[in-house]
Write a protein that binds this ligand. Structure first.
Ligand SMILES: [Zn+2]
Length: 381
């Protein structure tokens, strides 16, 4: 039995924002929240002073590739552990290990190391795998390596699912490719989130995929047919379908602030999630790196391939939260987009909210959104 009393925090949540609160955390679970400190208990407990800082539910990143010089596609357990640590240090408490298009051998090696690390993470918890590719459209490849892009292959997909033992939670596909709709049915049967990106789908093709079970758009607006008033494309199809949620890379580069506000206005905070889509340069800064089999140069925080194509991002979840607020979106909505919306998307019933009975996955932030500490299941990591 362990009890922590976290006093003097400003819980960011719709109903109690701006109020100083005290949390009782027992055995990793939020037991109760009080508006003022009641009588302290008898017996052992740890008393923590939040110094009036902001307390938010642990953020959840459904799209991250690497951090601190480690790329999770290198197949090593160390890389996954280092990303788990880097996530925790930036206020993220759960994440989907995200692949890039590769050979099947490289993907299987990565899946095997994820299986070894899951349950023994050094920091943020692995909530599963997000396969970004390889069944993507070369026409909208972005930084995906064309060498590894291919048409949907259900035999290969079966092999990958067999290897992953239920860890696959999300797959990003281009449904307009030959065999794309069969792939949608295959994934739907397995209950995974079907996301669309690196896709040239027209409005009609995307609508068909969404009606057949696709429900999410990876890095919305990036790596897809843009909106044209006579050719609305998959983005407008996603806006029209109520069950479809959107990922947003809010790093000041991938999306203009007005586009972030438009996504928020059309989908609401429950219909969009903040992601980092970070590569290994996250946490390291400018320099030369490798990503997806390409050399990538990071200059002033912007990652690009040699031809200038944007290649992933270096933003962290706490910076994404700050930049979202800077677009004019309220802090409570921005926190929803970073915590409760991704937890609902992934079906993590005990996460994403500061409420009695929920996991004590908590982040203390100062007014500049700097992480003071991150707590996962009641332990500071
Ligand atoms: Zn990505």
């Amino acid at each position: 039995m362990s009890l922590k009393i976290l006093h003097n925090v400003n819980v960011v949540q719709e109903d109690n924002s701006g109020m100083s609160a005290t949390l009782w955390i027992r055995d990793g679970i939020i037991e109760r929240i009080e508006s003022s400190l009641s009588a302290l208990p008898e017996g052992d407990y740890e008393f923590m002073d939040g110094q009036g800082h902001l307390l938010i539910p642990g953020m959840i990143d459904v799209h991250i590739h690497g951090a601190n010089g480690f790329d999770m596609m290198d197949g090593s357990e160390t890389s996954i552990q280092e990303v788990s640590r880097a996530c925790a240090a930036t206020g993220c408490t759960s994440f989907l290990v995200t692949s890039v298009s590769s050979t099947i051998e490289a993907l299987i090696a990565m899946i095997r190391s994820v299986k070894r690390v899951a349950g023994h993470e050094a920091g943020a918890k692995i909530a599963g795998l997000h396969l970004e590719g390889p069944y993507l459209n070369p026409k909208r490849k972005g930084m995906q390596n064309e060498r590894f892009l291919r048409h949907p292959d259900l035999t290969e997909m079966k092999e990958i699912f067999d290897e992953a033992d239920g860890l696959i939670k999300m797959v990003t596909i281009a449904p307009e490719l030959p065999g794309g709709m069969e792939l949608v049915s295959f994934l739907k049967e397995r209950g995974v989130i079907i996301a669309v990106a690196h896709s040239d789908a027209t409005y009609e093709e995307a609508k068909q995929a969404f009606e057949a079970g696709a429900s999410h758009v990876t890095h919305c607006f990036n790596g897809m047919r843009p909106i044209h008033h006579r050719d609305p494309g998959l983005v407008v199809a996603a806006f029209e379908q109520e069950h479809v949620s959107l990922q947003a890379i809010v790093d000041g580069i991938h999306l203009h602030p007005a586009i972030v506000r438009m996504m928020h206005r059309l989908k609401g905070p429950d219909g969009m999630v903040l992601i980092t889509d970070a590569l290994q340069a996250m946490g390291l800064g400018d320099g030369k790196y490798m990503f997806g089999g390409h050399p990538v140069t990071v200059s002033e925080g912007v990652a690009r391939l040699e031809d200038g194509t944007l290649a992933s991002s270096t933003v962290t979840m706490n910076e994404a939260l700050r930049l979202t607020v800077e677009t004019g979106i309220s802090l409570t909505d921005a926190v929803k987009m970073a915590s409760s919306s991704p937890s609902r998307l992934l079906g993590l019933a005990a996460k994403g909210k500061i409420s009695a009975g929920f996991d004590a996955d908590l982040v203390l932030l100062d007014e500049q959104f700097q992480v003071q500490w991150t707590m996962i299941k009641g332990s500071i990591v």
